[in-house]
Design a protein around this ligand. Structure first.
Ligand SMILES: Nc1ncnc2c1ncn2[C@@H]1O[C@H](COP(=O)(O)OP(=O)(O)OP(=O)(O)O)[C@@H](O)[C@H]1O
Ligand SMILES: [Mg+2]
Length: 345
Protein backbone atom coordinates (compact mmCIF):
# COMPACT_ATOMS: atom_id res chain seq x y z
CA UNK A 1 0.00 0.00 0.00
CA UNK A 2 1.29 3.45 -0.87
CA UNK A 3 2.18 5.55 2.17
CA UNK A 4 0.85 9.14 2.17
CA UNK A 5 3.41 11.96 2.44
CA UNK A 6 3.27 13.36 5.95
CA UNK A 7 5.10 16.12 7.77
CA UNK A 8 6.46 17.92 4.74
CA UNK A 9 3.67 20.38 3.99
CA UNK A 10 5.72 23.47 4.88
CA UNK A 11 8.69 22.26 2.86
CA UNK A 12 6.49 21.51 -0.13
CA UNK A 13 4.90 24.92 0.18
CA UNK A 14 8.22 26.72 0.14
CA UNK A 15 9.26 24.78 -2.98
CA UNK A 16 5.97 25.62 -4.65
CA UNK A 17 6.56 29.32 -3.97
CA UNK A 18 10.10 29.04 -5.36
CA UNK A 19 8.73 27.53 -8.57
CA UNK A 20 6.18 30.33 -8.74
CA UNK A 21 8.99 32.86 -8.46
CA UNK A 22 10.88 31.23 -11.33
CA UNK A 23 7.70 31.21 -13.36
CA UNK A 24 7.06 34.92 -12.62
CA UNK A 25 10.54 36.38 -12.65
CA UNK A 26 12.78 33.97 -14.58
CA UNK A 27 16.40 33.38 -13.59
CA UNK A 28 17.95 30.25 -12.10
CA UNK A 29 16.87 29.59 -8.54
CA UNK A 30 18.57 26.77 -6.62
CA UNK A 31 16.56 24.76 -4.09
CA UNK A 32 18.81 22.48 -2.09
CA UNK A 33 17.34 19.60 -0.08
CA UNK A 34 19.69 17.77 2.23
CA UNK A 35 19.04 15.02 4.73
CA UNK A 36 20.24 11.67 5.93
CA UNK A 37 19.52 8.62 3.75
CA UNK A 38 15.84 7.80 3.53
CA UNK A 39 14.50 11.05 5.00
CA UNK A 40 12.36 11.63 1.92
CA UNK A 41 14.33 14.00 -0.30
CA UNK A 42 13.40 12.18 -3.51
CA UNK A 43 9.81 11.76 -2.31
CA UNK A 44 9.58 15.53 -1.82
CA UNK A 45 10.93 16.18 -5.32
CA UNK A 46 8.33 13.76 -6.67
CA UNK A 47 5.56 15.48 -4.73
CA UNK A 48 6.57 18.91 -6.07
CA UNK A 49 6.70 17.74 -9.69
CA UNK A 50 3.28 16.08 -9.27
CA UNK A 51 1.95 19.27 -7.87
CA UNK A 52 3.28 21.97 -10.21
CA UNK A 53 3.58 19.88 -13.38
CA UNK A 54 6.28 21.99 -15.05
CA UNK A 55 6.43 21.95 -18.83
CA UNK A 56 10.02 20.76 -18.97
CA UNK A 57 11.88 18.63 -16.47
CA UNK A 58 15.51 17.62 -16.93
CA UNK A 59 16.40 14.93 -14.43
CA UNK A 60 19.79 13.43 -13.78
CA UNK A 61 21.13 11.37 -10.94
CA UNK A 62 24.55 10.27 -9.87
CA UNK A 63 25.75 6.84 -10.90
CA UNK A 64 26.35 5.54 -7.44
CA UNK A 65 28.98 2.93 -8.10
CA UNK A 66 31.28 4.23 -10.81
CA UNK A 67 31.04 7.99 -11.21
CA UNK A 68 32.24 9.24 -14.59
CA UNK A 69 32.56 12.83 -15.88
CA UNK A 70 29.26 14.53 -16.72
CA UNK A 71 27.08 11.76 -15.29
CA UNK A 72 24.31 14.23 -14.59
CA UNK A 73 24.17 15.56 -18.15
CA UNK A 74 24.59 12.08 -19.64
CA UNK A 75 21.53 10.96 -17.67
CA UNK A 76 19.60 14.02 -18.87
CA UNK A 77 20.56 13.37 -22.51
CA UNK A 78 19.84 9.63 -22.40
CA UNK A 79 16.97 8.80 -24.73
CA UNK A 80 16.54 12.40 -25.94
CA UNK A 81 16.71 13.62 -29.49
CA UNK A 82 19.96 15.58 -29.44
CA UNK A 83 20.21 16.42 -33.15
CA UNK A 84 19.19 20.03 -32.70
CA UNK A 85 21.58 20.78 -29.84
CA UNK A 86 24.22 23.44 -30.61
CA UNK A 87 27.07 21.09 -29.74
CA UNK A 88 29.49 19.39 -32.19
CA UNK A 89 28.71 15.66 -32.53
CA UNK A 90 32.02 14.47 -31.12
CA UNK A 91 31.66 16.67 -28.04
CA UNK A 92 28.07 15.54 -27.66
CA UNK A 93 29.13 11.90 -27.85
CA UNK A 94 31.56 12.62 -25.06
CA UNK A 95 29.10 14.53 -22.87
CA UNK A 96 26.42 11.88 -23.40
CA UNK A 97 28.92 9.07 -22.66
CA UNK A 98 28.09 7.25 -25.89
CA UNK A 99 29.87 3.91 -26.27
CA UNK A 100 31.45 4.97 -29.61
CA UNK A 101 32.89 8.06 -27.96
CA UNK A 102 35.81 9.56 -29.91
CA UNK A 103 38.98 10.52 -28.09
CA UNK A 104 38.52 13.65 -26.08
CA UNK A 105 39.56 16.68 -28.13
CA UNK A 106 38.20 19.44 -25.96
CA UNK A 107 39.67 21.25 -22.99
CA UNK A 108 37.70 20.96 -19.74
CA UNK A 109 36.70 24.63 -20.09
CA UNK A 110 35.40 24.11 -23.63
CA UNK A 111 33.43 21.02 -22.58
CA UNK A 112 31.91 22.92 -19.67
CA UNK A 113 30.80 25.72 -22.02
CA UNK A 114 29.29 23.17 -24.40
CA UNK A 115 27.54 21.40 -21.54
CA UNK A 116 25.95 24.69 -20.43
CA UNK A 117 24.95 25.39 -24.04
CA UNK A 118 23.29 21.96 -24.29
CA UNK A 119 21.24 22.56 -21.13
CA UNK A 120 20.35 26.06 -22.33
CA UNK A 121 19.03 24.63 -25.59
CA UNK A 122 17.02 21.95 -23.77
CA UNK A 123 15.45 24.50 -21.43
CA UNK A 124 14.58 26.81 -24.33
CA UNK A 125 12.16 29.51 -23.26
CA UNK A 126 11.40 27.56 -20.07
CA UNK A 127 10.54 27.70 -17.30
CA UNK A 128 11.90 24.29 -16.46
CA UNK A 129 12.87 22.24 -13.44
CA UNK A 130 16.38 20.80 -13.39
CA UNK A 131 16.50 17.89 -10.96
CA UNK A 132 19.90 16.94 -9.60
CA UNK A 133 19.51 13.81 -7.47
CA UNK A 134 22.21 12.74 -5.01
CA UNK A 135 24.68 15.55 -5.51
CA UNK A 136 26.87 13.96 -2.83
CA UNK A 137 27.65 11.10 -5.24
CA UNK A 138 28.22 13.20 -8.37
CA UNK A 139 31.49 13.42 -10.27
CA UNK A 140 33.47 16.71 -10.11
CA UNK A 141 32.65 17.70 -13.72
CA UNK A 142 28.93 17.46 -12.96
CA UNK A 143 29.36 19.47 -9.77
CA UNK A 144 31.11 22.13 -11.77
CA UNK A 145 28.34 22.17 -14.35
CA UNK A 146 25.63 22.48 -11.68
CA UNK A 147 27.53 25.39 -10.14
CA UNK A 148 27.81 27.09 -13.54
CA UNK A 149 24.11 26.58 -14.26
CA UNK A 150 23.23 28.20 -10.93
CA UNK A 151 25.05 31.34 -12.07
CA UNK A 152 23.15 31.62 -15.37
CA UNK A 153 19.92 33.45 -16.10
CA UNK A 154 18.23 30.25 -17.29
CA UNK A 155 14.56 30.29 -16.20
CA UNK A 156 14.84 27.20 -14.05
CA UNK A 157 14.29 25.83 -10.60
CA UNK A 158 17.51 23.96 -9.89
CA UNK A 159 16.26 21.29 -7.50
CA UNK A 160 19.14 19.50 -5.81
CA UNK A 161 19.04 16.62 -3.34
CA UNK A 162 22.04 15.50 -1.36
CA UNK A 163 22.99 13.44 1.62
CA UNK A 164 25.26 15.31 4.03
CA UNK A 165 28.71 15.96 2.51
CA UNK A 166 30.39 13.37 4.73
CA UNK A 167 28.62 10.72 2.63
CA UNK A 168 30.26 12.12 -0.51
CA UNK A 169 33.16 10.70 -2.44
CA UNK A 170 34.88 14.00 -1.80
CA UNK A 171 33.28 15.63 1.27
CA UNK A 172 35.09 18.93 0.79
CA UNK A 173 34.05 19.22 -2.84
CA UNK A 174 30.43 18.35 -2.08
CA UNK A 175 30.35 20.80 0.83
CA UNK A 176 31.73 23.53 -1.42
CA UNK A 177 29.16 22.80 -4.15
CA UNK A 178 26.30 22.88 -1.66
CA UNK A 179 27.61 26.14 -0.21
CA UNK A 180 27.94 27.66 -3.69
CA UNK A 181 24.33 26.76 -4.55
CA UNK A 182 22.98 27.89 -1.18
CA UNK A 183 24.83 31.18 -1.59
CA UNK A 184 22.84 32.22 -4.66
CA UNK A 185 20.56 35.10 -3.58
CA UNK A 186 17.06 33.80 -2.84
CA UNK A 187 18.13 30.15 -2.87
CA UNK A 188 15.88 27.74 -0.99
CA UNK A 189 17.64 25.62 1.58
CA UNK A 190 15.94 22.76 3.39
CA UNK A 191 17.28 20.07 5.65
CA UNK A 192 14.91 17.15 6.13
CA UNK A 193 15.07 15.63 9.58
CA UNK A 194 13.32 12.60 11.02
CA UNK A 195 9.51 12.48 11.23
CA UNK A 196 8.07 13.01 14.68
CA UNK A 197 6.00 10.46 16.58
CA UNK A 198 2.72 12.03 15.45
CA UNK A 199 3.65 11.69 11.79
CA UNK A 200 4.64 8.08 12.31
CA UNK A 201 1.26 7.50 13.97
CA UNK A 202 -0.50 9.01 10.93
CA UNK A 203 1.32 6.68 8.56
CA UNK A 204 0.54 3.63 10.72
CA UNK A 205 -3.12 4.63 10.98
CA UNK A 206 -3.25 4.83 7.20
CA UNK A 207 -1.65 1.40 6.83
CA UNK A 208 -4.09 -0.21 9.30
CA UNK A 209 -7.37 1.62 8.67
CA UNK A 210 -9.44 -0.98 10.55
CA UNK A 211 -7.22 -1.62 13.55
CA UNK A 212 -6.87 1.86 15.16
CA UNK A 213 -3.35 1.22 16.48
CA UNK A 214 -2.61 2.72 19.90
CA UNK A 215 -0.44 5.75 20.57
CA UNK A 216 1.96 3.54 22.54
CA UNK A 217 2.42 1.28 19.55
CA UNK A 218 3.07 4.27 17.31
CA UNK A 219 5.59 5.69 19.70
CA UNK A 220 7.38 2.30 19.97
CA UNK A 221 7.55 2.15 16.17
CA UNK A 222 8.82 5.72 16.09
CA UNK A 223 11.65 4.75 18.46
CA UNK A 224 12.40 1.57 16.49
CA UNK A 225 12.72 3.43 13.21
CA UNK A 226 14.18 6.68 14.53
CA UNK A 227 11.36 8.41 12.61
CA UNK A 228 13.15 7.64 9.35
CA UNK A 229 10.56 7.31 6.55
CA UNK A 230 12.60 4.74 4.67
CA UNK A 231 12.98 2.47 7.69
CA UNK A 232 9.32 2.91 8.46
CA UNK A 233 8.13 2.00 4.97
CA UNK A 234 10.42 -1.04 4.97
CA UNK A 235 9.08 -2.15 8.33
CA UNK A 236 5.49 -1.70 7.12
CA UNK A 237 6.25 -3.83 4.09
CA UNK A 238 7.88 -6.55 6.21
CA UNK A 239 4.96 -6.65 8.63
CA UNK A 240 2.30 -6.53 5.90
CA UNK A 241 -0.51 -9.06 6.15
CA UNK A 242 -0.36 -9.24 9.93
CA UNK A 243 -1.83 -6.99 12.61
CA UNK A 244 -0.09 -3.77 13.70
CA UNK A 245 1.59 -5.63 16.59
CA UNK A 246 3.89 -7.12 13.97
CA UNK A 247 5.47 -3.65 13.67
CA UNK A 248 7.03 -4.10 17.09
CA UNK A 249 7.49 -7.91 17.03
CA UNK A 250 9.11 -8.19 13.64
CA UNK A 251 12.87 -8.58 14.11
CA UNK A 252 14.73 -5.79 12.36
CA UNK A 253 17.46 -6.70 9.91
CA UNK A 254 20.74 -4.91 10.60
CA UNK A 255 20.33 -2.34 7.85
CA UNK A 256 17.09 -1.10 9.38
CA UNK A 257 18.39 -0.56 12.87
CA UNK A 258 18.71 3.07 13.82
CA UNK A 259 22.31 4.06 14.23
CA UNK A 260 23.88 7.42 15.03
CA UNK A 261 22.25 8.80 18.11
CA UNK A 262 21.90 5.45 19.87
CA UNK A 263 24.71 3.59 18.21
CA UNK A 264 28.23 2.97 19.29
CA UNK A 265 30.68 5.00 17.32
CA UNK A 266 33.59 3.59 15.45
CA UNK A 267 37.08 4.18 16.70
CA UNK A 268 38.60 7.28 15.18
CA UNK A 269 35.33 9.20 15.28
CA UNK A 270 35.91 12.47 17.07
CA UNK A 271 33.26 11.97 19.68
CA UNK A 272 32.24 15.21 21.29
CA UNK A 273 31.39 14.93 24.99
CA UNK A 274 28.75 15.37 26.27
CA UNK A 275 26.75 13.87 23.40
CA UNK A 276 24.96 16.16 20.98
CA UNK A 277 21.19 16.35 20.94
CA UNK A 278 19.31 15.35 17.79
CA UNK A 279 18.74 19.04 16.96
CA UNK A 280 22.39 19.88 17.50
CA UNK A 281 23.32 17.12 15.08
CA UNK A 282 21.02 18.63 12.48
CA UNK A 283 22.52 22.08 13.02
CA UNK A 284 25.99 20.53 12.78
CA UNK A 285 25.06 18.91 9.46
CA UNK A 286 23.89 22.30 8.18
CA UNK A 287 27.11 24.00 9.33
CA UNK A 288 29.10 21.34 7.52
CA UNK A 289 27.22 22.29 4.38
CA UNK A 290 28.32 25.90 4.76
CA UNK A 291 24.93 27.32 5.65
CA UNK A 292 24.51 30.67 7.42
CA UNK A 293 22.47 30.92 10.65
CA UNK A 294 19.63 32.45 8.69
CA UNK A 295 19.64 29.59 6.18
CA UNK A 296 19.79 27.02 8.98
CA UNK A 297 16.83 28.68 10.68
CA UNK A 298 14.75 28.50 7.51
CA UNK A 299 15.90 24.99 6.69
CA UNK A 300 14.99 23.61 10.11
CA UNK A 301 11.96 25.82 10.67
CA UNK A 302 13.32 27.42 13.87
CA UNK A 303 14.25 31.00 14.76
CA UNK A 304 17.67 32.49 14.05
CA UNK A 305 18.03 33.07 17.79
CA UNK A 306 17.51 29.36 18.51
CA UNK A 307 20.11 28.53 15.87
CA UNK A 308 22.56 30.86 17.62
CA UNK A 309 21.96 28.96 20.87
CA UNK A 310 22.54 25.59 19.18
CA UNK A 311 25.72 26.85 17.53
CA UNK A 312 27.14 28.13 20.80
CA UNK A 313 26.30 24.79 22.48
CA UNK A 314 28.06 23.01 19.63
CA UNK A 315 31.15 25.18 20.11
CA UNK A 316 31.14 24.45 23.82
CA UNK A 317 30.57 20.72 23.47
CA UNK A 318 33.09 20.18 20.73
CA UNK A 319 35.68 22.56 22.15
CA UNK A 320 35.99 24.20 18.71
CA UNK A 321 36.90 27.86 18.56
CA UNK A 322 34.74 28.90 15.61
CA UNK A 323 31.78 27.73 13.54
CA UNK A 324 34.17 27.15 10.66
CA UNK A 325 36.23 24.83 12.82
CA UNK A 326 33.10 22.93 13.95
CA UNK A 327 32.04 22.58 10.31
CA UNK A 328 35.46 21.42 9.15
CA UNK A 329 35.68 18.85 11.92
CA UNK A 330 32.22 17.59 11.09
CA UNK A 331 33.16 17.22 7.43
CA UNK A 332 36.40 15.45 8.28
CA UNK A 333 35.02 13.16 10.96
CA UNK A 334 31.70 12.53 9.27
CA UNK A 335 28.78 14.31 10.90
CA UNK A 336 27.54 12.07 13.71
CA UNK A 337 24.05 11.45 12.48
CA UNK A 338 21.63 8.68 11.53
CA UNK A 339 22.50 6.69 8.47
CA UNK A 340 21.64 3.46 6.76
CA UNK A 341 23.16 1.79 3.72
CA UNK A 342 21.64 2.71 0.40
CA UNK A 343 19.68 -0.42 -0.36
CA UNK A 344 16.80 1.20 -2.16
CA UNK A 345 16.07 3.55 -5.03
N1 LIG B 1 7.19 12.43 4.45
C1 LIG B 1 7.00 11.14 4.13
N2 LIG B 1 5.85 10.52 4.45
C2 LIG B 1 5.68 9.23 4.12
N3 LIG B 1 6.56 8.47 3.48
C3 LIG B 1 7.71 9.04 3.11
C4 LIG B 1 8.00 10.39 3.43
N4 LIG B 1 9.22 10.68 2.99
C5 LIG B 1 9.69 9.56 2.40
N5 LIG B 1 8.79 8.58 2.48
C6 LIG B 1 9.00 7.22 1.96
O1 LIG B 1 10.23 6.76 2.51
C7 LIG B 1 11.02 6.13 1.53
C8 LIG B 1 12.36 6.81 1.41
O2 LIG B 1 12.20 8.10 0.85
P1 LIG B 1 13.22 8.70 -0.25
O3 LIG B 1 13.70 7.65 -1.16
O4 LIG B 1 12.54 9.89 -0.83
O5 LIG B 1 14.42 9.17 0.69
P2 LIG B 1 15.75 9.94 0.24
O6 LIG B 1 15.95 11.00 1.26
O7 LIG B 1 15.67 10.34 -1.17
O8 LIG B 1 16.83 8.80 0.47
P3 LIG B 1 18.27 8.61 -0.22
O9 LIG B 1 19.23 9.51 0.50
O10 LIG B 1 18.58 7.18 0.03
O11 LIG B 1 18.11 8.96 -1.67
C9 LIG B 1 10.19 6.14 0.26
O12 LIG B 1 9.50 4.93 0.17
C10 LIG B 1 9.23 7.27 0.46
O13 LIG B 1 8.02 7.09 -0.24
MG1 LIG C 1 16.78 9.87 -2.85
Amino acid sequence: MAVPMVGRAAALDELRRAWQRVDDEGGCLPAVLTGEPGTGKSALVGALLQDVRPGAVLTGAARLHSPAPYDWLAAVLAGRDTDALPVPPDALAWLAQRPDVPRERYTPEALLRLAVAAVRALVGAGPAVLVVEDLHALDPASLNLIGELAATDLPTLLLVTSRPPDDAVSPQLAARSLARLSGVPGAVRQHLGALDAGHVAQIIAHAYPDASPSAQLASAVWRRTGGNPYRLTELLAMAAGRGPEALIDEPLPGYLQPTGQHAERSAGDQVPEPPLTAREREVLGCLAEGMSNKQIARALGISVRTVTVHVSNLLRKTGASSRTEVALRAVRAGTPADRHPSVHG
